[in-house]
Design a protein around this ligand. Structure first.
Ligand SMILES: *Cc1c(COP(=O)(O)O)cnc(C)c1O
Length: 304
């Protein structure tokens, strides 16, 4: 089969702020890898699909919410690579399916619903086992696609950056992507994560565990910022929406408010506050996720 994926371009962003602060900012456009199977969700899926093939598993099973970028990407990837896919969706089945779930179903993903209480224990061994009894055998991919196999795909981003840089930045949900970047850096330079979730820091430990499981060692050359969640997961504020609209106008690049908008807002804020030494070169990851825009009315016009 012909490789359906593009190498994601690396583009420099030009802005007065960067000139004034004497920094350079590049964006790695993982949103352009493929129409449907893209962003960090493809990076994390890639070696999970290899692993599934290797283990002769033809069925993928994973979890996600009704707007999940991971459900969307898994459904499309399963179709592309001829796997059967099962999506276990958080919450009750609603009368009107989200665009994400409609798309997933159109790709042939079988959807089941799990109430919120059970969903909290979705990856307990008992629950996975009971799913195996009900559904048959499958290759299990955790919510968000984050596991040790995910790091191998994310680390390829670092290999693709064939130019000198000082910092690589990503949005963080489960922190699987940040862990992959840290693994890829192997202790050199710095990785920065911007958490989209509110709450105490459980992500640092998560990164350490994943990186250790994958590389055998821990690295401390990363930091995570928790000040840019705008109220929590999938919450927005007018200034975030404003920022995303401005960004689109200035750079002709679409962001979304759950992840990439918050990361760039945070990055611009840190630059403004002189966090980075003069002469620093940053690479920020566009992790995709634009399929989810249809859930945000204020930005819908921009979503095509
Ligand atoms: C899922 C997602 C993230 C978060 O990635 P993690 O590996 O879970 O931290 C960031 N950006 C986008 C667009 C996503 O869909």
């Amino acid at each position: 089969m012909q490789n359906p994926f593009n190498v994601s371009p690396l583009q420099q962003l030009h802005d007065k702020l960067f000139e004034e602060k004497v920094v350079e900012v590049f964006i790695k456009r993982d949103d352009l890898i493929h129409e449907h199977v893209q962003g960090n969700k493809w990076r994390k899926l890639k070696y999970n699909l290899y692993e599934a093939r290797l283990n002769k598993q033809n069925t993928l099973l994973t979890f996600g919410g009704p707007y999940s970028n991971h459900i969307y990407a898994t459904a499309a990837a399963a179709k592309l690579f001829h796997f059967k896919a099962i999506g276990i969706i958080r919450g009750e089945e609603s009368q009107i399916k989200s665009d994400t779930l409609q798309f997933a179903a159109s790709q042939g993903m079988e959807l089941y619903y799990m109430d919120r209480e059970m969903y909290r224990q979705k990856d307990s061994p008992e629950n996975i086992e009971s799913l195996r009894v009900q559904i048959g055998d499958f290759y299990y991919i955790p919510e968000g696609g984050t596991n040790v196999n995910a790091l191998e795909g994310v680390e390829e981003i670092i290999e693709e950056l064939n130019m000198p840089f000082d910092y690589v930045c990503t949005a963080c949900g489960t922190a699987g992507t940040l862990a992959g970047l840290v693994a890829g850096l192997r202790g050199a330079k710095n990785a920065i994560g911007f958490s989209s979730l509110k709450g105490e820091d459980t992500l640092t430990q998560k990164v350490n565990e994943l990186v250790k499981a994958y590389t055998g060692v821990e690295f401390s050359n990363f930091s995570i910022y928790f000040d840019y969640h705008f109220g929590g997961y999938a919450k927005t504020k007018p200034e975030l929406i404003e920022f995303i609209l401005d960004f689109k106008q200035k750079f002709n690049i679409q962001l979304e408010p759950v992840y990439t908008g918050k990361m760039f807002y945070g990055l611009f804020d840190l630059i403004q506050k002189d966090y980075f030494p003069k002469g620093s070169r940053m690479v920020a990851l566009h992790t995709g996720g634009l399929q989810g825009l249809s859930g945000f009315k204020q930005l819908q016009i921009e979503s095509n």
